[in-house]
Design a protein around this ligand. Structure first.
Ligand code: GUN
Ligand code: ZN
Length: 438
């Protein structure tokens, strides 16, 4: 539609954020009841009143009328595991047992020819059907799993962050690399994929439990040599995990101190979970500009604990939100935020619908340092778009009969919504055909 530079437009109820509603309230969002989103060459050209923008379109420019649906920037998922799409909903274990009993078993299958391709295609289909257009993705230890994921994402022109997991101990032999091979494979993948089209690389030591000091040092070398790549890993998710980590690195100040000691705590570091954090660890995150990634459905499902968002704010630590499939139980960022709301409720904290929708669009884009590219409808941003029908289910249509304003309607969407509400997803201005109702 728009790759060639031709102009097109989407008409509907536009909603996007220009700032953080938790900080500045209603002034943080833009809502246009009868809006037009003008797209040129895969980028946002303008967003505003249809009455003002329609006359500016060239004659014959295609207009897709999505009224009365909501049109928002595509959702962003800051932490998800491609090899775990068939681990989701595995019964009864907390983190370490869950890894050994289910996850490491499934991840070994990615050595088989074609399996990573199959799971990558499935994951991208499922993300896009859920309105998610960008994700930070863990592949498996196998180099070809990252090649498969990037190739599939590149083919679809989606903006994805991904990396080959590095793990050289405390895992089945078939799932381990070595400090040298993990370094060399990551380096090769960075050269092949980082910055190719819309693909971005994340250096991915799984967590300190599965990396020797030699592998942590090799990760440090990768970060020093490729400072524009992301780093993604896990921290402070589960008490038994923390005890194991401290045993393996007895000289570190604490869990965060291990990553600090190897230069892995920086502005581009995305650290999953951050549930059981000490005061010093929050400070270390704030000083480094590292991102705490909140994974609500996973934290509940694995019984890991309650993320303290208020504390993160108080400590000036950046927060991103994520599904963490397959510890997590839903691909939908709407469903994810419904569970985030409940986790915060249990701690006497609040999360408005505006907070939640900001978090999964501009909030995550800013936490990832990608807000100049994605996450809003400011001119020049990439035209990744989700079209939502808040009345898509019987129960939601019924409930919406009684809402009085936009905030109430959006709260119903966040609380009851999921992939069934996604009418269409656009990637760089291109409409995809596989969503629920289009
Ligand atoms: N910690 C290390 N690996 C994993 C993983 O795959 N999932 C979760 N939830 N935590 C981890
Ligand atoms: Zn994870």
């Amino acid at each position: 539609m728009s790759k060639d530079g031709a102009i097109s437009a989407l008409r509907g109820r536009l909603l996007w954020f220009v700032d953080d509603p938790h900080a500045i309230g209603e002034a943080a969002h833009r809502y246009v009841e009868d809006g037009l989103l003008v797209i040129e060459g895969g980028l946002i050209k303008a967003a505003g009143e249809a009455s003002e923008l329609l006359p500016t379109l060239p004659a014959g420019a295609p207009i897709t009328d999505h009224r009365p649906h909501l049109i928002m920037p595509g959702f962003i998922d800051a932490h998800i595991h491609m090899p775990q799409t068939q681990v989701v909903a595995s019964y009864g274990a907390q983190l370490m047992e869950w890894l050994n009993k289910y996850t490491f078993v499934e991840e070994q299958k990615l050595a088989q020819q074609g399996h990573a391709e199959k799971l990558s295609a499935f994951l991208l289909d499922e993300l896009l059907a859920s309105g998610t257009t960008t994700a930070a993705v863990y592949c498996s230890v196998h180099k070809q799993s990252a090649d498969a994921f990037f190739a599939e994402s590149h083919r679809r022109n989606t903006r994805m962050i991904a990396g080959k997991v590095m793990m050289d101990r405390n895992a089945p032999p078939a799932l381990t690399d070595t400090a040298e091979s993990g370094y060399a494979d990551s380096k090769e993948l960075i050269a092949r994929w980082h910055g190719k089209g819309r693909q971005l690389y994340a250096i991915t030591p799984r967590f300190v439990v599965t990396s020797t000091p030699e592998q942590m040092a090799a990760s440090q070398r990768l970060v020093a040599e490729h400072p524009d790549c992301f780093v993604q890993t896990h921290i402070n998710e589960n008490r038994a995990e923390i005890a194991f980590a401290r045993e393996l690195y007895p000289d570190a100040a604490d869990y965060a101190g291990i990553y600090e000691d190897y230069g892995l705590l920086g502005k581009k570091s995305l650290l999953g979970h951050c549930i059981h954090m000490t005061k010093r660890e929050w400070r270390a995150f704030a000083e480094a500009g590292a991102v705490a990634v909140f994974c609500p459905t996973s934290n509940l499902f694995l019984g890991s604990g309650l993320f303290d968002w208020q504390r993160a704010r108080h400590e000036s630590v950046k927060v991103a939100v994520a599904t963490d499939i397959g510890g997590g139980t839903s691909y939908s960022m709407l469903r994810t935020m419904a569970e985030a709301y409940k986790i915060l409720q249990l701690q006497g904290q609040s999360l408005s619908a505006f907070d939640a929708l900001h978090a999964i669009t501009l909030g995550n884009a800013a936490a990832l340092g990608l807000d100049h590219l994605i996450g809003s409808f400011e001119p020049g941003r990439e035209a990744d778009v989700v079209v939502l029908d808040p009345a898509a289910t019987r129960a939601m249509a019924h409930r919406l009969e009684t809402v009085r304003d936009l905030a109430e309607e959006l709260f119903v969407l966040v609380t009851l919504g999921d992939e069934r509400n996604v009418v269409s997803t656009y990637v760089a201005g291109e409409r995809l055909s596989h969503c629920s109702t289009n």
